[in-house]
Design a protein around this ligand. Structure first.
Ligand SMILES: Cc1cc2nc3c(=O)[nH]c(=O)nc-3n(C[C@H](O)[C@H](O)[C@H](O)COP(=O)(O)OP(=O)(O)OC[C@H]3O[C@@H](n4cnc5c(N)ncnc54)[C@H](O)[C@@H]3O)c2cc1C
Length: 349
């Protein structure tokens, strides 16, 4: 049993010492933080970052913990943004500028946008997590990335000790990447400003969406119908973190030099691949893992989903260290067989 936790409140925040993070990560692995700070008002950040503990100990910003693996306790402060609010800043009938607080739930915001007749976010439905975390790895699914809708990101800049507002180009978005991910110790995202169109071609030419729409018998597809179809596909394909701990895809699809991809394709013509930036090719990480016979593997309670080779799962009482060891085994076997280095998508601490 851990000792009782001391709790304190300030103007716009709550502090808990020696806090459990087990209920705050979707792998549901045990971990603790020296101090957990829930921030209810972004204005509290200036005061908080003035405290000695936040100056001397490592600070981790945590959303809903759906893209993080704790292999150990966090030896410092965990900061969680619990701020709320969706504000329409401008609406010309064609599109609207909408500012959303970092602590809002992403999927709720997607449904908010669809309910008001906006289009575009339907392909990103049911991705767990907060709005504030969405720009960190430029969340993406079903042929769409969130960067297509982000106009500005507001953040607390720990280096300059002030609030900043970065435009889309300034966020340096890339495949599952951004400035915020690369400079993790610098920015705390406090709000995201989206531009949401009312007219936009639906993207339904991706991985089974058209077929699912046909099953729904929907006639002419609409954005809410596309969201419904994608929700159904995702519920079938991905384990529900409320039932089985996981963080979605654990490995990114590797980007390799095109000549390396060509050599691999020569010996493995079935390897799924897609063109990426000039001179680079994206390979299917799931295929590489499956070829190593690792889908459905289990080491104690740490496993690889039997239905999705990219998803690491906690079957019950796995620790983060055990899941980390299994991830290392996957990386090792794929590297030994194909010479390709897999990179973890979640933050591993
Ligand atoms: C079942 C399942 C399916 C998933 N499917 C997808 C998918 O289709 N596409 C996809 O892209 N992702 C997917 N993910 C991953 C995850 O949902 C997203 O990455 C999500 O954006 C993480 O949000 P979070 O609030 O849980 O962030 P956390 O997991 O809490 O944090 C993730 C990272 O963002 C940082 N961070 C969080 N909030 C802030 C902030 N306010 N300021 C600065 N840094 C911050 C953290 O420090 C950490 O580095 C899936 C996860 C699960 C469990």
């Amino acid at each position: 049993m851990s000792p009782a936790n001391a709790t304190a409140t300030g103007d716009g925040y709550t502090l808990v010492e020696n806090a459990s993070l087990e209920g705050r990560n979707t792998f549901r692995v045990p971990a603790r933080a020296n101090l957990l700070v829930d921030v209810h008002k972004p204005g509290a950040l200036a005061e908080l970052f003035g405290y000695a503990m936040l100056k001397t100990q490592p600070v981790l910003v945590l959303g809903e913990g759906s893209n993080i693996l704790f292999t150990r306790d966090w030896p410092g402060v965990v900061l969680s943004l619990a701020t709320r609010g969706i504000e329409v800043l401008e609406d010309d009938g064609e599109r609207a500028r909408v500012r959303v607080a970092a602590g809002e739930n992403w999927n709720d915001f997607v449904h908010w946008s669809l309910g008001r007749g906006f289009r575009g976010l339907e392909n990103l439905v049911l991705i767990p997590g907060t709005v504030g975390a969405a720009p960190i790895q430029n969340i993406g699914a079903y042929g769409t990335e969130v960067r297509e809708f982000i106009a500005h990101v507001e953040a607390w800049d720990r280096r300059q000790s002030c609030g900043v507002r970065l435009d889309n180009a300034g966020c340096a978005f890339a495949y599952r990447d951004s400035l915020f991910k690369r400079e993790r110790d610098r920015y705390v995202v406090t709000a995201v400003e989206f531009v949401l169109p009312r007219r936009r071609e639906l993207r339904i030419d991706y991985a089974g969406v058209t077929g699912e729409l046909a099953l729904l018998g929907a006639g002419e597809p609409t954005a809410p119908r596309v969201a419904e179809a994608i929700t159904r596909i995702r519920r079938r394909k991905l384990p529900d973190p409320a039932v089985t701990g996981n963080a979605g895809s654990f490995f990114k699809n590797p980007l390799v030099a095109t000549n390396v991809a060509e050599a691999l394709l020569h010996s493995h013509p079935a390897l799924p691949h897609w063109p990426a930036e000039p001179g680079r090719t994206k390979l299917s990480a799931a295929w590489l893992i499956e070829q190593c016979g690792l889908r459905g593997t289990r080491e104690g309670d740490a496993g690889i989903s039997a239905s999705h080779a990219l998803v690491l799962v906690n079957h019950g009482h796995a620790t983060g260290a055990q899941l980390g060891a299994l991830a290392a085994r996957v990386r090792g076997e794929v590297a030994a067989r194909f010479g390709v280095e897999l990179e973890a998508e979640p933050l591993v601490v």
